[in-house]
Ligand binder design. Structure first.
Ligand code: GLV
Ligand code: MN
Ligand code: MN
Length: 413
């Protein structure tokens, strides 16, 4: 039996169903934010499946969770596959979780087919990919790859002021795993991540496999506007320093400055906080987040300059500043892995097309370490970061068949 033939659609689907109960929402999605009790529950469930199959598990200082199937050459660097188990606050059942469960299914398929690989194959669940609770996102893989410093990430606070290292300690207490000592990161010979597309192109083209060639660059910012709190009933307009009104002017100018003719630049204000948040007090502070993405770093640089100028020219009579939280450059995946994904999709008789990724993924950081690629499968109407996110058991299994064939090839190099 080939590894692809050993992939079991029913098992893979049931694992998604079981995981979706952890943080499940009434609308059918999940709220399983990074380092929450629900995240710990997902870690425990994955670990229990790994133990049942005799795979070893371990974690590292940023909480990445690894499931390892040994190879025949103890000295050979491993190949790895995976994604994330954390979700958006109103997230779907497949974003990230599919990549973890596809990687785990690949390990099980190799086991069931009795295939020994030269290199170990590792399935990974990266910590905090979403970055909705703790910023920046893709944090576990960023620390693993040396893009962000462990010490700085451990001090990051969520929106309620909870420090990441405390949430991580709670999570690892609730979901213990042997700790790999030292800095996160170890040698890898290859990495492949499966993910739902999160856009409509595959579905529109009636195509099963996206051969991912690249990920666009992304940046995050926080804009903080400072005004002066005042009585809503008595303070005349001329005397007001209304931080929300200034933030609105800034935001409006930013939307205009980021509306490009070819609709390639992605600009999102996804979170606004108005302080003190009382109906009858003129807001003294407003902060908002910016998520901006484009395939070209030069375009991102140019727009970053524009955003900075807008903040300084549109704030009066308030004051405002913009702070860059993350910058991840565009990633081109390794042609060897991209070709292998395309080739294996073809051999399995699956329709496929090359495409870049609009969303960020842990693979963008791992690509700095070793030959890396990604496999996309369709999701219904391309909807993601939404509780109604959906995908078919058949497509999930098809992507996993490609994955296990690619991993087998890489693990025998
Ligand atoms: C990941 O979810 C992203 O925002 O690209
Ligand atoms: Mn994801
Ligand atoms: Mn996501």
């Amino acid at each position: 039996m080939s590894a692809a033939d050993a992939v079991r659609e029913d098992r893979l689907w049931q694992r998604h169903v079981d995981m979706a109960k952890l943080g499940g929402t009434p609308k059918g999605g999940v709220n399983r934010q990074a380092l929450s009790p629900e995240d710990a529950a997902a870690r425990n469930l994955l670990a229990s499946w790994a133990n049942a199959r005799g795979f070893s598990i371990f974690t590292d200082a940023i909480g990445n969770l690894f499931v390892r199937r040994e190879g025949t050459d103890p000295a050979a660097l491993p190949v790895m596959s995976g994604s994330h188990m954390d979700s958006q606050p109103t997230g779907g059942r497949f974003d990230g979780m599919y990549g973890v469960l596809a990687a785990f299914e690949a390990l099980e398929a190799l086991e069931d087919a009795g295939i020994r690989t030269k290199r170990p194959v590792i399935a990974v669940a990266w910590t905090n990919e979403e970055g909705s609770r703790f910023q920046p996102g893709a944090m576990g893989s960023a620390v693993f790859a040396g893009h962000n410093k462990l010490e700085e990430m451990l001090e990051v606070k969520d929106w309620k002021g909870v420090v990441l290292k405390d949430a991580l300690a709670e999570t690892l207490k609730a979901a213990p795993a042997p700790m790999r000592e030292g800095r996160p990161g170890f040698g890898l010979d290859g990495y492949v991540e499966a993910h739902i597309e999160q856009g409509p192109r595959l579905e529109n083209a009636a195509t099963t496999i996206g051969v991912v060639t690249a990920i666009q660059g992304s940046r995050r910012y926080i804009v903080s506007v400072a005004g002066e709190e005042a009585h809503a009933g008595t303070t005349p307009r001329a005397a007001r320093k209304d931080a929300f009104a200034a933030a609105l002017r800034i935001a409006q100018a930013m939307y205009e400055a980021t509306t490009d003719a070819d609709d390639t630049l992605r600009f999102t204000i996804g979170r606004v906080e108005v302080g003190p948040g009382s109906p009858n007090t003129v807001p003294g502070s407003t902060t908002f987040t910016i998520d901006m993405r484009h395939p070209s770093n030069a375009v991102l640089d140019a727009h970053e300059d524009k955003l900075g100028r807008i903040v300084s020219t549109h704030a009066a009579p308030c004051t405002a500043r913009i702070e860059r939280v993350t910058a991840v450059p565009p990633t081109d995946f390794d042609p060897m892995v991209v070709d292998l994904v395309r080739d294996r999709a073809r051999s399995l008789g699956l329709t496929n097309m090359d495409m870049p990724s609009g969303a960020g993924h842990d693979a963008m950081h791992v690509a700095q370490l070793c030959p890396t690629g990604m496999i996309f499968v369709p999701c219904e109407r391309g909807i993601s970061h939404n509780e109604i996110e959906n995908a078919t058991p058949a497509d999930l299994a098809a992507g996993t068949r490609v994955l296990v064939e690619v991993l087998t090839e890489l693990a025998n190099r």
